[in-house]
Design a protein. Structure first.
Length: 276
């Protein structure tokens, strides 16, 4: 994280000169799940390419901008599109927006993703509360010299995903009548989908779902002291469980079909954060 503090202070100053909003909740929107921004009021949006020290997004279904505003009384900043390791970004760049959010004043991170179902009891379209993760990237955003202004050299990951926020989201889901699964998310580098042998391995080490994001961002968030809630949309069954070949277009299609339920759940959870 060395050198990131000064650069992102410049980014924070650039944005604060353009909006008076002070978000406490950051939201990362995964593939096909960008429509949550329709529920954000008093919006101020800015493209990544217009932000100092930010790269641009390149994945279909990812708009590539930050949207500031309010959901209920809660001030939020939403990432409409994220940076992926498989795009050629290093881990520090993947985690860069999380450091930006921390320096801007965010204390809670809600991270979403599209994932393949490893647990055979899952069905495409299910929403899964992430209870823990497995890092299969073979890399980590905290490798390198540490900046103590941001976080400790050896951060604890005992409760990477906040039990309090998991309980809160579960309560909201029950009130909405939205079924939820719970499970462990395995993060791998991509961009190819996993082999059947890899999926069998993931199942044996305790994974319920697999995707190509989230883990680096959550590692950074916990390092920075943010409280994290993670939700996966199961958009397909993983290789060996699925009976058809994978295509990104189908992932986006399934994510879009689940979008209304996902957006309703996240928006309702954000609204009550101010009350608890």
């Amino acid at each position: 994280m060395e050198g990131m503090f000064e650069k992102l202070q410049e980014t924070v100053a650039f944005v604060k000169a353009r909006t008076s909003l002070q978000p406490t909740v950051g939201i990362i929107l995964g593939s096909g799940l960008g429509k949550l921004v329709d529920q954000i009021t008093d919006q101020f949006a800015i493209d990544y390419q217009d932000l100092p020290h930010f790269p641009g997004a390149t994945v279909v279904g990812h708009a590539g901008r930050l949207v500031f505003g309010r959901i209920g009384a809660t001030q939020v900043v939403a990432m409409q599109g994220r940076f992926h390791y498989y795009e050629g970004h290093d881990m520090r760049t993947v985690a860069l927006p999380i450091v930006f959010m921390k320096l801007f004043g965010v204390t809670t991170l809600i991270v979403s993703n599209s994932a393949g179902g490893v647990n055979p009891s899952f069905t495409p379209g299910d929403l899964m509360l992430i209870t823990d993760h497995i890092n299969l990237f073979g890399d980590n955003p905290l490798i390198g010299l540490n900046d103590e202004r941001l976080g400790p050299r050896f951060p604890d990951m005992t409760e990477a995903y906040s039990p309090r926020l998991i309980g809160l989201a579960d309560k909201v889901a029950r009130e909405l009548g939205t079924p939820l699964c719970r499970g462990v998310y395995a993060g791998s580098s991509g961009p190819c989908y996993e082999t059947a042998a890899e999926v069998r391995y993931m199942e044996r080490i305790g994974a319920d779902a697999v995707g190509m994001s989230t883990v680096p961002e959550v590692i950074a968030a916990r390092y920075l002291g943010l409280e994290v809630l993670g939700i996966s949309c199961i958009t397909n069954m993983a290789t060996g469980i699925a009976k058809v070949k994978h295509a990104h277009e189908e992932v986006v299609k399934t994510a879009n079909a689940a979008s209304a339920r996902f957006c309703q759940l996240v928006a309702a959870t954000v609204r009550i954060l101010e009350e608890v």
